[in-house]
Write a protein that binds this ligand. Structure first.
Ligand code: NAD
Length: 400
């Protein structure tokens, strides 16, 4: 019989894998005490030194170089899948068949067919009581959640339009080696990598996108050198003389129509000076608000009606996020206004919400559930619609 402890493992110890490993460790330290002990069981990565490093830093008991070893592991109940997108389906399906609860990274897969098959697998597993979720991490950003509260409370009135962009600079340097991120069809580049976050955060604020139009892609650096060894994340590595063409987008731009609102969006991996520039601005009937990952512990808010003050002085004001905002009061050891926080914290809140679901806590007693694989499919349908719009010279394409 399985012990009451919830055993956790992470597959992939790269850039985001380390964030998952750290998050499971911290997940029991946020909110009120978690009802069951959590065991940090294993880190699995083909690169053993990397797996050892991450396991050592965050206190995991063992490492595996073959993720399949986790399938039969009695002490593993929950697994994060944090490897290249094209590997998600095989790994997730095997884990689910072995009865594990699975938290998979975004985008759900590298093809829509694979994503749809995974959603079907997840549906059946959830009927059998397994928790199978996708990590849309930025929904946990306190500032974005605060913007959503401003929208859902009606404080700013109906959303009229959004401006969203995720500017990153990890591909600016032509010496950055060829990796899985630079292979695939149109839309599988910057759009799937960072733009997938832009899509679900925009919908988090304004509801579902109904159509997209005006899409364009650009590949700015047409070929990259192959790495000599293995690579981690988006950084530099030793490269050979041999090159391979970049087949997907360094930059993507498009517009979208929601039920009521409209929006313009841009995703880039070749934007100098923006290591991680996810920013959303919502313009509403009675005001506007901005959240920017480059300043994650504050939001900008503007309301048209500021009482007796002069209209001429009514600009955006900066609100420092504090315990009155989502996640902040319960999410930090020192829950005081102005303490500052960032993207890694979102992984912790995400892990906590996942464990709460695994432990059977009622939704009303838990942080908001993680997104479903159906949401992951929808996110990829948006990417496909944007690619179809670009292929058709920017024509409007309806989202299924
Ligand atoms: N939520 C976020 O903010 C966020 C940020 C970055 C990446 N991601 C997502 O996380 C996933 C991984 O991205 P990354 O940047 O961490 O990639 P990465 O290239 O840094 O790491 C991937 C790791 O997987 C390992 N690996 C490859 N094949 C394997 C196998 N068969 N078995 C075990 N390990 C294997 C590699 O050795 C590498 O260490 C992607 O789906 C990406 O979109 C999410």
């Amino acid at each position: 019989m399985r012990e009451q402890r919830i055993g956790v493992a992470v597959i992939g110890a790269g850039m985001a894998g380390a964030a998952h490993a750290a998050a499971w460790r911290a997940a029991t330290t946020v909110r009120s005490p978690f009802p069951r002990p959590v065991k940090l069981a294993a880190i699995a990565d083909l690169a053993e030194p990397l797996a050892r490093d991450v396991a050592g830093r965050y206190g995991y008991e063992r490492v595996e170089t073959d993720w399949r070893a986790l399938l039969e592991a009695e002490d593993v109940d929950v697994v994060s899948v944090v490897v290249a997108n094209r590997l998600h389906r095989e790994i997730v399906e095997a884990l689910v068949a072995a009865g594990k609860h699975v938290l998979c990274e975004k985008p759900l897969a590298d093809t829509l067919d694979d994503a749809r098959a995974m959603a079907e697998t997840a549906r059946r597993a959830e009927d059998a009581g397994q928790v199978v979720r996708i990590g849309f991490t930025f929904r946990r950003a306190p500032g974005l959640a605060a913007l959503r509260e401003l929208v859902t409370s009606g404080a700013l009135g109906e959303v009229v339009h959004l401006h969203g962009r995720y500017l990153a600079d990890y591909g600016c340097d032509p010496q950055i080696p060829m990796t899985w991120r630079y292979r695939g069809g149109p839309g599988s580049g910057a759009l799937a990598d960072v733009g997938s976050h832009l899509l679900y955060t925009a919908e988090f604020l304004a509801g579902p996108m109904r159509s997209v139009a005006g899409a364009q892609f650009r590949t700015v650096i047409p070929e990259r050198r192959l790495p000599v060894g293995s690579t981690v994340g988006r950084g530099k590595a030793e490269v050979s003389e041999e090159t391979e063409p970049v087949t997907n987008d360094d930059w993507a731009g498009f517009t979208a129509q929601f039920d009521v609102a409209a929006g313009t969006f841009e995703a880039s991996r070749v934007s100098p000076g923006h290591p991680n520039g996810l920013r959303l601005e919502i313009s509403c009937r009675d005001g506007a608000a901005v959240w920017d990952q480059e300043r994650p512990a504050e939001i900008q808010v503007h309301t048209r009606d500021i009482g007796g003050n002069r209209q001429a002085d009514n600009g955006f004001r900066t609100v420092t996020l504090g315990p009155g905002h989502p996640y902040v009061g319960e999410g930090f050891a020192m829950a005081a206004p102005g303490i500052g926080f960032g993207q890694n914290d979102g992984f912790v809140f995400q892990a906590r919400a996942f464990l709460e679901e695994v432990a059977g806590l009622a939704a009303e007693d838990s942080w908001p559930r993680n997104a479903s694989f159906e949401d992951g499919v929808h996110n990829m349908e948006l990417i496909e619609a944007i690619a179809a719009s670009a292929a058709a010279g920017g024509s409007e394409v309806r989202v299924p």
